[in-house]
Ligand binder design. Structure first.
Ligand code: ZN
Length: 224
C-alpha cells in the first residue's frame, strides 16, 4: 500500500503551510484589503474591507477561494466600508474584530467622533483577543493587540506575515491625533509586539506597499 494514511497526510501538510497573499487597493483612500489563502486547502480569509469590495470579490472568484471569515485590523470607515457588499456576496461569514471596537459593528456606530460615517450593524461578529489564536478553516492567525491609532487596533500574524493595519506602514506609522487615539500606546505596541519579531517577517500595512520588520527597524524615521 503506497497511499499515505489521512493522519500522515495532515502531518506533512501542517509542516509546510503555503500561504498566498494578494492585496486589492481602493482608489479613494488607497486602503488595502488582503486575501490570504492556504494554497493546499483553498481556505481563505479577507483582512479589511476597503471602499472597492468589487475588486476583492473578483479576486476571490478568480482564485476560487473558500473565504471563511473577514478579519478587521480596526474599524475606520475606509477599512469597513466594503463589509456589507462582501457579506452580501460571500454569505454571513464571521466578522472578527477586537472587543474595544466591537460596538462599531454591532451597533453601527462610527469609530471616530470626528467623522460621522458608519456601516452596519452586523450580526455575526466574533472576537479577536490579544495572545489568542484565531482559526478560520485551515488558517491560524496569532492576534497582537496594537492599539493607539484606534483602541481596538490589532496586528494579525500568520507564518512569516504580519498584517499591521494602520499601526505600522513602510516608512511611517499611523495617525494618533484623533480623540480616541493614543500616540504613546501606538509606539509601545510597535516596539513591544512588532519590532520584537524577526527581521524577515513581511509587513502588510493598511495603506501603501509591503515592507519587512528588519527594514522598518533600520529605516523608519518614526521609530528611531
Ligand atoms: Zn486606514
Amino acid at each position: 500500500m503506497s497511499t499515505p494514511s489521512p493522519a500522515k497526510h495532515r502531518e506533512a501538510r501542517a509542516a509546510v503551510v503555503s500561504i498566498w497573499v494578494q492585496a486589492t487597493t481602493d482608489r479613494q483612500f488607497g486602503t488595502n484589503s488582503y486575501l490570504i489563502e492556504d494554497e493546499d486547502t483553498k481556505d481563505a480569509v479577507i483582512i479589511d474591507a476597503n471602499l472597492e469590495p468589487g475588486l476583492m470579490i473578483d479576486l476571490v472568484g478568480k482564485r476560487d477561494a473558500n473565504v471563511k471569515a473577514i478579519l478587521l485590523t480596526h474599524t475606520d470607515i475606509d477599512h469597513v466600508a466594503g463589509l456589507s457588499a462582501l457579506i452580501a456576496e460571500l454569505g454571513s461569514i464571521p466578522v472578527a474584530v477586537h472587543d474595544a471596537e466591537r460596538h462599531v459593528l454591532t451597533e453601527g456606530k462610527p469609530l471616530r467622533r470626528e467623522f460621522g460615517a458608519s456601516t452596519g450593524p452586523f450580526e455575526n461578529v466574533v472576537n479577536l483577543a490579544e495572545g489568542e489564536t484565531f482559526r478560520a478553516g485551515s488558517l491560524e492567525f496569532q492576534v497582537l493587540h496594537t492599539p493607539g491609532h484606534s483602541p481596538g487596533g490589532v496586528t494579525l500574524k500568520i507564518e512569516n506575515n504580519l498584517f499591521t493595519g494602520d499601526a505600522l506602514f513602510a516608512g511611517s506609522i499611523g495617525r494618533s491625533d484623533f480623540a480616541n487615539s493614543n500616540g504613546r500606546a501606538l509606539l509601545d505596541g510597535i516596539n513591544e509586539k512588532l519590532l520584537t519579531q524577526p527581521d524577515d517577517l513581511v509587513v502588510y500595512s493598511g495603506h501603501g506597499p509591503a515592507t519587512t520588520i528588519g527594514r522598518e527597524r533600520k529605516t523608519n524615521p518614526f521609530l528611531s
